[in-house]
Design a protein around this ligand. Structure first.
Ligand code: TYM
Length: 328
């Protein structure tokens, strides 16, 4: 059985990009693998957060995990800061990471652009992510395309340490979907859909109702050609919408192209509103049921215990390999 690990930052506005790129893989993988899904709250403080809000967002993400179908009987769900091993291993990995490779990370470059000084946590963000993954002897990491560089760094660190200190870590693989791995912003389809973009119409949040979905899709940027045809280079807007359509339905991109041959964007968009609203309705309903339940708290407590058990074993091994402590 393979070990699967992934995480989502509790920064609010979890959107269909997060779902189609990563979250729906969580559900698919839980039947045949040992899955561990984390709410990575320590990553989210690399940018300023309101403490009261952050606590709510942690529970929001936990409830969303369950609402999309993550089953706590099959998968472990927990909050990163409940397991001290993440920060501990992160420091050990920091000592094997190079400043050069960290400064090449595009996420760091983007987030620190134009700032006179950026928090050191933004710089070492990918090392903490590598710690998350390596702590659990993870084989597979389901994520969206934007995490490719971080996964590569994690692999490099694991291989580097294995070579220097002897077999210590499993070298993980990223798992990226063909459709959905990179959902673009609806208002500006050359940028990826993001939780933090100012324009709320740039994204569809997982908890949006039909009227919000309708507004965002009907207003989304396309082109003046009016032909439903997949062409990322020249028609990024409609291609992104086709990607979303295909991800939420059983239709392939070719099927969609055929179905809407000769139709304008209006008809296509109206159908996409329906397809999206139908896919998100059950998630919203489940979420409402779970979000304020005791069950949610119990799942997180039990998850933290299980995660701690695994992580403590890994840390013993790491300390032994590195010669940390005195071997009591
Ligand atoms: P985060 O919280 O930004 O995003 C959560 C997941 O959603 C994916 N994603 C997307 N997929 C498709 N299209 C998009 N527009 C889009 N935007 C986001 C992300 O790739 C991610 O899979 N660094 C991670 C969190 C993390 C993590 C980990 C992930 C921390 N430790 C260990 C896996 C393993 C992040 O910022 O995700």
């Amino acid at each position: 059985m393979k070990r699967v690990f992934s995480g989502v930052q509790p920064t609010g506005n979890i959107h269909i990009g997060n779902y189609l790129g990563a979250l729906r893989q969580f559900v698919e993988l839980q039947n045949d693998n040992e899955c561990i899904y984390c709410i990575v709250d320590m990553h989210s403080i690399t940018v300023p957060q309101q403490p009261q809000e952050l606590r709510q967002h942690i529970l929001d993400v936990a409830a969303l995990y369950l609402a999309i179908g993550v089953d706590p009987k099959k998968a472990t769900v927990f909050v990163q800061s409940d397991v001290p091993g993440h920060a501990e291993l992160s420091w050990v990995l920091t000592c094997s990471a190079y400043t050069g490779e960290l400064s090449r990370m595009t996420q760091f470059k983007d987030k620190s652009k134009g700032r006179e000084s950026a928090p050191a946590g933004l710089f070492t963000y990918p090392v903490l992510m590598a710690a998350d993954i390596l702590l659990y002897d993870t084989h597979v990491v389901p994520v969206g395309n934007d995490q490719k560089q971080h996964i590569e760094l994690c692999r490099d660190l694991a291989i580097r340490i294995n070579n220097k200190y002897g077999e210590t870590f499993v070298v993980p693989e990223g798992r990226f979907l063909k459709e959905g791995a990179r959902i673009m912003a609806l208002d500006e389809p050359t940028r990826k859909m993001s939780k933090s973009a100012e324009n709320p119409l740039s994204r569809i949040s997982l908890l949006d109702d039909e009227s919000k979905i309708k507004k965002a899709i009907m207003k989304s940027t396309t082109d003046s050609e009016g032909e439903v045809r997949f062409d990322i280079e020249n028609k990024p807007g409609i291609s992104n919408l086709m990607n979303i359509y295909s991800s939420f339905s059983s239709l392939s991109i070719e099927d969609i192209q055929k179905k809407y041959q000769g139709c304008g964007y209006g008809d296509f968009k109206k159908d996409l509103v329906q397809v999206t609203a139908e896919a998100l309705r059950p998630i919203r309903e489940q979420y409402e049921e779970i979000r304020h339940s005791q069950e949610l708290i119990d799942v997180l407590k039990e998850g933290a215990e299980k995660a701690n058990d695994i992580s403590e074993k890994t840390m013993l091994r790491v300390k032994e390999r590195f010669g940390l402590g005195f071997g009591k």
